[in-house]
Design a binder for this molecule. Structure first.
Ligand code: NAP
Ligand code: MG
Length: 476
């Protein structure tokens, strides 16, 4: 497995101006995996200029069918390399290899979907006043900056890049500092598959340097960000200077609501992975569980038993379900939440400790008796921690569900169809699932209400977000 360590600019590798490098640590072994070039402001200038040139000189005007053919080749190439991409992902963020491979497959599927979407995307003709003919054009914007996090490095890179490219833009992508490898390899594979040089650049480097330089660059027409709510706010403020368009996919504190009439055993067996998958480092993690009182005790017992069966360990093994956390820093953050829960007298039904040995591991943790003003109830933890509370009354439960600054995702478990529909209308979230936990569908819009974000990734909504609408009136 070759580890990419350069910047990917203009279809080729280069070192960072100034020679900056960032060490990458394998979170399962705590060993240094590589030293990756860290871009400077001068590199951002060069990458944006090259992207602008590639956009102007051909990509924006390429016939839609030709653009679709290129993106389809990119999808094939990613799919042919899922093993390598999976191993790169596993080694940089500690993701279990089976999940890492699946996510590489998802990235391929995203390119395939947007290759097809190109032929289905366009403007309208509109009935306007007599004497003319009115139509809209969906035009590419120019250079799009994508700033992405470390929890799903490759899929999120793909779901920013693919629709932006499909809509005819050029992309400069900044991966998270701890997880640049798969985005770099994706760009190299895409170029080998026929994407013209300059159309997709990848600049590893720090958020404060590369991120800020991209967001404030006058040639960057749109910033698409996934990460923390705090950095999302910062980006929106910076973008105000040039009125650069932004879409933001931010944090969450998603509810998982189980009514007593549900198949609560199925809910109890499946719900641990709705919060602990990816070691809880998931913006859609169902970290607040509301269980109706008549089944509460039996549900908790079964949920804890299912949690204890989860296989935590070496992410290079096929059988592993939960790897380490992606960084020591993130584990420290999570442990500060656990300390707060202890000091407030919450009950730890299981977990709460490091299993010992090497790697940034933390046991999946189930908290009971968490108060509604406690940090573990109100704030996004971004680690393997869930709080479970009982409820008696639907309306009161919904007030508590919506008493959160976040509104990204959630699950509702009931056999009563009217209740499922009533509750899904009432929950203030951008994405919901009924009697399951699936949040992400390539074909469907994904994003949040309230401080969970602005705009939508995936589906046709994402392509819409990477275009400007022009209205043209023809005097007939
Ligand atoms: P983050 O700081 O928001 O990082 C996300 C991306 O933004 C990274 O590429 C980061 O670069 C970049 N960035 C950081 N500071 C920036 C700045 N001033 N200007 C422009 N870009 C900047 O998230 P994090 O620190 O990795 O994680 C902290 C918290 O974010 C987590 O605990 C979780 O709550 C949340 N989070 C949410 C998601 C999600 O999917 N919604 C994903 C990841 C994290 P660097 O890596 O170089 O800092
Ligand atoms: Mg940060």
């Amino acid at each position: 497995m070759k580890i990419p360590t350069g910047l990917f600019v203009d279809g080729t590798w280069r070192e960072a101006t100034g020679g900056g490098r960032t060490p990458l640590v394998n979170p399962a072994t705590e060993e240094v995996l590589a030293h990756v070039s860290a871009a400077s402001v001068a590199d951002v200038e060069a990458a944006v200029a090259s992207a602008q040139a590639a956009w102007e000189s051909g990509w924006r005007d390429l016939a839609p069918g030709r653009r679709a053919a290129v993106l389809y080749q990119v999808a094939l190439s990613l799919r042919a390399n899922v093993d390598e991409l999976g191993r790169l992902e596993q080694s940089q963020v500690g993701k279990p290899i089976a999940d890492a491979r699946d996510e590489a497959g998802l990235a391929a599927r995203v390119f395939e979907y947007y290759a097809g979407a190109i032929s289905q995307f366009g403007g309208q003709t509109l009935p306007v006043g007599r004497g003319g003919f009115d139509f809209t054009l969906k035009q590419s914007m120019g250079v799009v900056a994508a700033i992405v996090p470390w929890n799903f490095p490759l899929p999120i890179a793909a779901w920013k890049a693919a629709p932006a490219l499909a809509a005819g833009n050029a992309v400069v992508l900044k991966p998270a500092s701890i997880s640049p490898l798969t985005a770099l390899r994706m760009a190299e594979l895409a170029t080998e598959a026929g994407l013209p040089p300059g159309v997709l650049q990848v600049l590893p480097g720090s958020g404060g340097v590369v991120g800020d330089a991209l967001v404030t660059h006058p040639k960057v027409r749109k910033v698409s960000f996934t990460g923390s709510t705090e950095v999302g706010r910062h980006i929106m403020r910076l973008a105000a200077g040039n009125l650069t368009r932004v879409s933001l996919e931010l944090g969450g504190k998603s509810p998982n609501i189980v009514f007593a009439d549900a198949d609560w055993e199925k809910a109890a067996d499946s719900s641990p992975m709705s919060v602990f998958a990816n070691t809880g480092q998931d913006c859609c993690a169902r970290s607040r569980m509301f269980v109706e009182r008549p089944v509460f005790e039996r549900f908790v017992e079964r949920f804890v038993a299912a949690t204890r069966r989860l296989v935590v360990g070496d992410p290079s093994l096929e059988s592993t379900q939960l790897g380490p956390m992606a960084s020591a820093a993130q584990r420290d953050v999570v442990e500060s939440f656990l300390a707060d829960a202890r000091s407030r007298g919450s009950t730890f039904a299981c977990g709460g400790s490091r299993p010992g040995g090497r790697g940034f591991y933390l046991e999946p943790t189930v908290l009971l008796g968490v108060g509604s003003s406690d940090r573990c109830w109100r704030e996004e933890i971004f680690g393997p921690v869930v709080a479970i509370v009982p409820f008696d009354d639907e309306a009161a439960m919904l007030r508590e569900v919506n008493d959160s600054p976040y509104g990204l995702s959630g699950s509702i478990w009931t056999r009563d169809l009217s209740r499922a529909l009533r509750v899904s209308r009432a929950v203030e979230s951008g994405v919901l699932s009924i009697n399951c936990h699936n949040s992400v569908h390539v074909e469907a819009p994904f994003g949040g209400f309230k401080t969970s974000g602005l705009g939508r990734d995936l589906g046709m909504a994402a392509m819409e977000g990477y275009t400007e609408t022009k209205n043209v009136f023809v005097n007939a």
